[in-house]
Design a protein around this ligand. Structure first.
Ligand SMILES: Cc1ncc(COP(=O)(O)O)c(C=O)c1O
Length: 304
């Protein structure tokens, strides 16, 4: 730990910062030494928030739903008004090559595209588009997963679809996620549950949410949220088990009436929730079944 020179708050120094590691990062078609993969301060996307990225996971040397992630990356850039100068197949191959070069089996994969530094100002069209793929080891971060996590209610709401390209996994959309996650952590919670611009339950800061009532699943309508790949996998796995799934508008007034809740995402996988802002849930059979089925899917034992 050390004192931050710019404030009187104590910040925790991570043992191995991300910029200072061994390995290689794929940047614009070639592998660069990890520590040399830098962008200039006058990079357009750094100033105007238009980088788009993905979060994939590799299990035992294979990236789960790789092509779906790569396709979403291309679509995210299109929503932001630019085109990634690589095809779907090339992006898939670059991710596979980066994984192979790392020698890792379990990894978090972070492809990111951004506008370069040819042009400074709000207008963007003369900028070159770049693509990089970095990855790092990622094991199981939740050894006591069935304990469940605690969610606070976020002060920030997911924006209306005519205020931001809400289907893009764009960097700018994460401003309110970071604010909400940090605010939740400051109050001792694990994550924050965000409502949307209409007051409906939306999602957590990096994961979608499900609720259980009478053995059936309920999950928010997804008209303004990222199209989650884990969410899609979970719906398919639940249907395989003949568990009914209702996608519908859910308001906070319903929170006391559910028995279980869990969040889903590439990073979170299936993580039970034990509390949402004072409402308690007991992680139970449905959570456990879907945790196991999802584990089967990512390791290739169950087909979806
Ligand atoms: C805001 C947000 N919601 C949901 C998700 C879950 O999406 P996925 O299951 O595709 O990882 C993510 C992660 O990418 C996210 O960042």
């Amino acid at each position: 730990m050390r004192e931050n020179a710019n404030s009187n708050k104590t910040i925790i120094m991570i043992k191995k910062p991300y910029h200072d590691r061994d390995g290689h990062i794929w940047v614009d078609g070639e592998f660069i030494d990890w520590r040399e993969s830098k962008v200039h301060v006058l990079t357009h996307s750094l100033h105007y928030g238009s980088a788009v990225f993905e979060g994939d996971r590799a299990y035992e040397g294979k990236i789960f739903r790789l092509t779906d992630h790569s396709r979403r990356l291309i679509n995210s850039a299109e929503h932001m008004g630019y085109e990634i100068p690589y095809t779907l197949t090339q992006i898939d191959q670059a991710c596979k090559d980066t994984l192979a070069k790392s020698g890792l089996g379990s990894a978090y994969v972070r492809p990111i595209a951004w506008r370069g530094s040819e042009m400074m100002g709000v207008a963007s069209k003369n900028n070159r588009t770049h693509l990089a793929i970095a990855l790092w080891h990622w094991g199981n971060p939740f050894p006591n997963r069935m304990e469940g996590i605690r969610l606070a209610m976020a002060d920030w709401r997911r924006p209306a679809p005519d205020t931001i390209p809400c289907k893009s996994k764009g960097a700018g959309l994460y401003m309110i996620c970071t604010l909400s996650k940090d605010a939740a952590a400051a109050k001792g919670f694990d994550d924050a549950l965000m409502l949307d611009y209409r007051g409906r339950i939306a999602e957590c800061t990096g994961a979608h949410i499900f609720f259980v009532r009478d053995g059936e699943l309920h999950t928010p309508t997804n008209d303004i949220l990222l199209d989650g790949l884990t969410h899609d996998s979970i719906v398919k796995l639940a249907e395989k088990r003949a568990v009914k799934v209702y996608r519908r508008d859910i308001y906070p007034s319903e929170l006391p009436h559910f028995s279980e809740s869990f969040i889903v995402g590439t990073a979170a996988e299936v993580t039970p929730v034990r509390e949402i802002a004072g409402h308690s849930y007991v992680p139970g059979n449905i959570c456990e079944m879907l945790i196991n089925d999802y584990d089967g899917a990512v390791h290739g034992r169950i087909e979806i």
